[in-house]
Design a protein around this ligand. Structure first.
Ligand SMILES: [Zn+2]
Length: 210
């Protein structure tokens, strides 16, 4: 019954999060009704996404053919200072405060039960490898001879129940790879989210990390 282009659209779009076959069908008819020019504009907005790649170090989305994003390739950034964030929008919020001069690991959306996805474990092992191989060993002479260590890792997860739970998981994973492991200060109201905190609050949460 449905024209083939609509069928094809529904097949592709109904696999996206929170779009079912019914919404996809409605969307297909709606977009068609906008006219050829608008359809082409939407199509190119989608196909432009193909130019994006993930940074091989922090996994942040960036444009261009370089392996590293602008933050990871910035020589003025402190490589021994790492903040683990859940989402790219958290990274952007922290960047806006201009209070952080290290780099990030974007771990990806965290589970409510504090368990890590296979992809998140891969990202963590990439981080561990970087720390071991690329960073200088700890100045604390007693431990880990010759193996690199981070100066500090900030677990910048949200101050929510699941944020705390996941921070505990991450602490177990990363504890031995750093001299100091911290969380953002409690400037952000408990239950609040980094993404929605204002710059000043977030800035003081970075200063008051412990
Ligand atoms: Zn990067």
């Amino acid at each position: 019954m449905l024209p083939n282009p609509i069928k094809n659209f529904v097949e592709v779009f109904s696999k996206l999060p929170s779009i079912g076959p019914r919404q996809a069908t409605r969307l297909a008819f709606y977009i068609t009704s906008l006219g050829k020019n608008k359809v082409k504009e939407i199509a190119s907005a989608v196909s432009n996404l193909a130019d994006l790649t993930a940074c091989s170090r922090c996994f942040r989305t960036h444009t261009g053919n370089e392996k590293l994003c602008s933050i990871c390739s910035d020589p003025t950034r402190n490589q021994k200072l790492i903040a683990v964030v859940e989402k790219e929008t958290d990274l952007l919020s922290l960047e806006k405060t201009k209070k952080f001069n290290g780099w990030y690991l974007v771990i990806g959306e965290l589970h409510k039960n504090g368990e890590l996805e296979p992809e998140q474990k891969l990202r963590l092992s990439a981080l561990k490898n970087f720390i071991k191989k690329e960073l200088p060993p700890s100045h604390k002479a007693s431990e880990g001879k010759g193996v690199g260590k981070a100066e500090e890792i900030i677990l910048a997860t949200n101050p929510t129940v699941y944020g705390d739970l996941n921070a505990a998981t991450l602490k177990k994973e990363l504890g031995e790879f750093t001299d100091k492991i911290t969380r953002l200060g409690r400037g952000i109201p408990t239950g609040g989210e980094i993404e929605f905190a204002d710059e000043e609050t977030l800035g003081s949460a970075i200063d008051k990390r412990s």
